[in-house]
Ligand binder design. Structure first.
Ligand code: PBG
Length: 320
């Protein structure tokens, strides 16, 4: 290796063209997933446009625009009309997500449709599973998650993404999908999902804040990285087709560790709080939104994510 003055690192930083020539990490729209919230009625969120809501009747128009901009993949979240103890809206064949899937499948055959498989938006208590003596019952919940996944795929989902963090959910979903003839449908496992403060704006949008307690009994402790590798290993054994780390920016080291250890495609979820912080700072004139967003998304890719779930996906399509 040469050193100064023979080496001058600034030579390739001189012009935009030279910088572009040596850029190691690039953002390509194909790698991005746009989350869409489907509720009983539409709601435009002026502060956080990515966290606005669509109804079954309006989601088609939103999809038209996304497709026109070049977005290839969306993930659907549902906010049902009514919630109950067992989260039955999640596996109702006539539920919001199932109905939206039928609309979108028909209207845009090429659009990749993913679904979030979890009960928290559908339970009256807001936990990600059914309760037994005030605690989330792991094994009872698995049956309902598997039913939810099958009903999503029957309605047109291309892949399902379980985000509940119950033990054994990937195996339970794989078995149920296979039993129903869906052995070609991939599972994107939110393998390492941390109990994070950065989900706050999502829980507002999805009305899924737990009525009591918190999610630390099933989501991971932010201090742990070896445990994340073990979660991934178990999910690979159970048949996961893609791994996911969530949140993204507070977990860049976890993304890198998983990238180095596993060969499966890897996703990272740039969550609502990561998006809202920059939006809020930009609204106060403290930060340049577009630059901060592009830098965040580039950092997530550079850490090793192949796929990024981000509320900026729609704006990114316009920026790119
Ligand atoms: C559902 C789910 C959550 C998110 C994705 N799926 C919320 C949670 O676990 O509380 C968070 C997404 C975000 O904050 O953008 N279980």
């Amino acid at each position: 290796m040469s050193s100064f003055p023979i080496a001058r690192m600034r030579r390739f930083r001189r012009t935009d063209g030279l910088r572009g020539l040596v850029r190691e990490t690039r953002l390509v729209l194909d790698d991005f997933v746009m989350p869409l919230f489907i509720g009983p009625s539409p709601f435009a969120n002026a502060e956080l446009p990515g966290l606005g809501r669509h109804s079954v009747d309006t989601v088609g128009l939103e999809a038209d625009e996304l497709v026109r901009l070049g977005v290839r993949t969306v993930i659907l979240f549902g906010i049902p009309d009514e919630k109950d103890d067992d989260g039955s809206g999640a596996y109702d064949d006539d539920g919001v997500v199932q109905r939206a899937l039928r609309v979108l499948r028909d209207r845009h055959p090429q659009l990749v449709l993913l679904t979030d498989v979890c009960l928290c938006e559908y339970t009256s208590h807001g936990h990600c599973g059914v309760l037994e003596d005030g605690e989330v019952d792991n094994d009872e919940t698995l049956t309902l998650l598997a039913r939810t996944a099958v009903s999503h795929v029957e309605a047109g989902a291309d892949a399902v993404a379980p985000s509940d963090m119950m033990d054994g959910r990937v195996a339970a979903i794989r078995e149920a999908l296979d039993d129903n003839g869906f052995d070609a449908t991939p599972i994107i496992a939110y393998s390492a999902k941390y109990a994070s403060a950065f989900y706050g704006p999502f829980r507002e949008a999805a009305e899924s804040t737990p009525a009591f307690g918190d999610r630390r009994g099933y989501q991971m402790d932010p201090g742990n990285v070896r445990e994340a590798l073990r979660e991934c290993e178990l999910d690979v054994d159970e048949g996961a087709d893609m791994l996911m780390i969530k949140p993204a920016l507070p977990c860049l080291d976890v993304i890198r560790a998983v990238r180095d250890e596993f060969d499966l495609p890897l996703a990272a979820y740039n969550v609502s709080g990561e998006y809202a912080m920059i939006k809020a700072a930009a609204a106060r004139g403290l930060i340049h939104e577009r630059q901060a967003a592009l830098e965040s998304l580039t950092a997530i890719k550079r850490a090793g994510a192949d796929v990024v779930f981000s509320y900026w996906t729609k704006e990114l399509a316009a920026w790119l």
